[in-house]
Design a protein around this ligand. Structure first.
Ligand code: SF4
Length: 477
């Protein structure tokens, strides 16, 4: 079991977890409201940019080049960071990453650290690993703080507490924050102020800060974190020691390449023209910011993803979350059902490739293959293509799958013959029209009998119409 799975408990397969999520009407209401609002705002922000498609193509092409020469760019990044006074660590997996971070914190006598929002450290289960060594990690992003205080798991890449509403957060703060006013209301400004008072003390007392990385420039060794609240900047500037953990795919070649991603990311994620806070730092500078800077380069399965020629495009992801907000499956089930740090369409492809089909083999099926995710992705990741590719892999790998699917294989072969032959197809239409009458209600079949019932357990089947288009055409020609 991976450390991540150990940290969060082994997840249920998606179909079971989704069923429970679908029964939660409050969750569905919260999600539908939030994703709809973000979708509308994103579409407007993107429409303002006349060369959006050219930007997307540039973002895709740059990432593709990075993946082709990843080894060279990572070595260049290491040299640049060291030249600027930083220390670079290489971590093969989650365990090694967590050990490196814990060792640095303990070497500085820290029993508390402040953290900016970081999916990568969520992936490695860093908080739990630090806690086991006596170090308390405080999340400082507002949504992450909500998740931490409620002992919950994030359900969205960008808005981890998207499944909670204001009243739920008010009750949580009133219970968990010692300085929260007794008459705290669910007004967003009051909630933010209560969190601010709590976090300010932590920022001023912490000796070690931990962040993720959005982009790291190989040429200069510059590391970048983008965010909306300013807590990330506090974490990366106030403590004496800064540790930044990045997946190895976050490297980009040059400073100029940042220009592309700093336009694509904010409009796709928060529907803003630019991120309110874009923090950039290069090693350490005398009299300014942390005295020590450590960059941890994490593999944790990424080189396996790189080896997959179709799947490797998942490493292009800039974690904007646009694909989650348009996904009809995510909108109904929420993020927890995916049982992964990365929910939604990107999680459905990235998680099985990072942690293996045994743990996450059900995720490539968590999609209707409608293609909405591909349309909005700012770096043009063809998620449906990778989903189909992973489904093929799952079928090929599953033990005894040939026997299990034998009736399905026979049915598919028969259907292929029918669809390939006009006479057979028309005969099947006539047979279907005659035999369907006991099942049709209001033009649709809501429940098929026997082994076919799986098809209608989650969807209707349109009835065969009284006249086919071909018959209609023949009548008139
Ligand atoms: S796959 Fe594309 S749309 Fe989804 S989070 Fe990644 S970059 Fe954004």
């Amino acid at each position: 079991m991976s450390e991540t799975a150990a940290a969060h408990g082994t997840p249920e397969p998606f179909p079971q977890a989704a069923r429970a999520a679908l029964a939660d009407t409050q969750l569905r209401h919260n999600l539908s409201h939030a994703t709809h609002a973000i979708r509308v705002k994103r579409a407007a922000a993107v429409a303002e940019v006349p060369d959006w498609e050219a930007l997307r193509e540039a973002g895709r092409a740059l990432k593709e080049r990075v993946l082709r020469h990843l080894d060279d760019y990572l070595v260049a990044l290491e040299e640049s960071v060291q030249r600027a006074g930083g220390v670079v660590h290489w971590a093969r997996d989650a365990e090694e990453c967590n050990r490196i971070v814990g060792d640095i914190a303990l070497a500085h006598g820290a029993d508390e650290v402040v953290k900016a929002k970081s999916l990568t450290t969520e992936e490695t289960g860093l908080n739990e690993a630090l806690e086991a060594r006596g170090i308390r990690a405080w999340e400082t992003d507002l949504a992450q703080l909500i998740i931490q205080l409620s002992d919950d798991a994030p359900s969205h890449i960008l808005v981890p507490a998207i499944h909670k509403n204001r009243e739920q957060i008010r009750a949580l703060f009133a219970r968990e924050l010692p300085d929260a006013p007794p008459d705290l209301s669910d007004d967003p400004r009051e909630l933010a102020e209560a969190a601010r008072l709590h976090l300010r003390k932590l920022f001023l007392g912490a000796r070690v800060g931990i962040s993720g990385v959005n982009f790291a420039v190989a040429d200069t060794g510059t590391v970048s974190v983008v965010e909306s609240e300013g807590n990330g900047r506090m974490c990366t500037t106030l403590p004496e020691v800064l540790i930044s953990v990045m997946g190895i795919e976050k490297v980009i070649p040059t400073w100029e390449d940042l220009e592309v991603y700093l336009q694509l990311l904010p409009r796709s994620s928060t529907a803003e023209r630019m991120n309110p806070y874009t923090s950039l730092w290069t090693g350490v500078s005398a009299g300014d910011g942390p005295r020590e800077f450590h960059l941890v380069l994490l593999d944790n399965g990424r080189t396996n993803v790189l080896a997959d020629e179709i799947g490797r495009q998942a490493l292009n992801c800039i974690r904007c979350s646009a694909c989650l907000n348009v996904c009809p499956v995510y909108e109904r089930t929420g993020g927890h059902a995916y049982g992964s740090t990365y929910p939604g369409p990107i999680g459905a492809i990235l998680t099985p490739m990072l942690s293996g089909m045994t743990e996450a083999g059900s995720l490539p099926y968590a999609s209707s293959l409608c293609g909405a995710c591909y349309e909005v992705c700012p770096v043009k990741i063809n998620i449906p293509e990778v989903l189909v590719h992973l489904r093929q892999e799952e079928v090929a790998q599953a033990p005894g799958v040939r026997e299990r699917l034998a009736p399905e294989h026979v049915a598919m072969r028969a259907m292929a013959r029918v669809f390939a032959n006009r006479r057979l197809y028309e005969a099947a239409q006539r047979a279907g029209r005659l035999s369907q009458w006991p099942l049709v209600r209001d033009g649709a079949i809501r429940r098929l009998p026997g082994p076919l019932s799986g098809w209608t357990s989650a969807r209707d089947l349109p009835a065969v119409p009284p006249q086919s288009f071909r018959d209609w055409w023949r009548e008139r020609s």
